[in-house]
Design a protein around this ligand. Structure first.
Ligand code: GSH
Length: 202
């Protein structure tokens, strides 16, 4: 059985959400962030040298990186759910968004989060670059969700799980208040019972 090492308020919500959607059994081990530094505790470093959540352990396998973990779990899932069939247009969209969440969108969003915690004053040379990327990315996302209900088309998929967590961070940072399609989308996916189980773990 898969053990999920969950860190409160982190991307490990993606892994719990996916396992709940697939009704797959798992064991949950929760680690708490340091209340002052907000970093992961030493207990996570004992599981994997990178000490970043999520991490899963499955028999002899230990794996970090949320996108890789989602693909690993989907390959083990008893049915071909939450992933469009290869050689379809939906699959191409699925691949793009599955990787876009961490590959492109996380950089400007997490940089904004870190800069919001910065207490030193002075020039912030990356501001211009980040603002440009934020405007470009969220306009593309909002236009996509104006055309279709989910990232891979008409059906909910694991790409939605990857994207939602980054969109939630952006929403907390008030980066997407004007994006009405993203707002409607978030309200919809947050109603899913599997999401609510994942969210209840903090
Ligand atoms: N790209 C990685 C990012 C992993 C990551 O940065 N995790 C954060 C939580 S969302 C973490 O563990 N932070 C605690 C720390 O850096 O000490 C993924 O998608 O899994």
């Amino acid at each position: 059985m898969i053990t999920v090492h969950h860190l409160n308020k982190s991307r490990s919500k993606r892994v719990i959400w996916l396992l709940e959607e697939l009704s797959m059994a798992y064991t949950l081990v929760t680690h708490q962030r340091d209340p002052i530094t907000n970093l992961a505790p030493e207990s996570l470093r004992l599981i994997h040298p990178l000490a970043k959540a999520p991490i899963i352990v499955d028999g002899e396998t230990t794996l970090c990186e949320s996108g890789a973990i989602l693909e690993y779990i989907l390959n083990k899932a008893p049915s071909n759910q939450l992933k469009p069939a290869p050689n379809t247009t939906q699959y191409v969209q699925y691949l793009e968004w599955l990787h876009f969440a961490e590959g492109s969108l996380a950089l400007p969003v997490i940089s904004t989060l870190l800069m919001s915690m910065e207490t030193r004053s002075g020039d912030k040379p990356l501001d211009g670059y980040i603002a440009k990327e934020i405007a470009l990315d969220f306009s593309y996302i909002d236009q996509t969700l104006a055309k279709q209900p989910y990232f891979a088309g008409d059906e909910f998929s694991a790409a939605d799980i990857m994207m939602t967590i980054t969109l939630e961070i952006a929403n907390n940072l008030k980066l997407i208040e004007a994006c009405s399609n993203i707002q409607r989308y978030l309200e919809k996916v947050q109603q899913r019972p599997a999401y609510q189980v994942a969210n209840s773990h903090g």
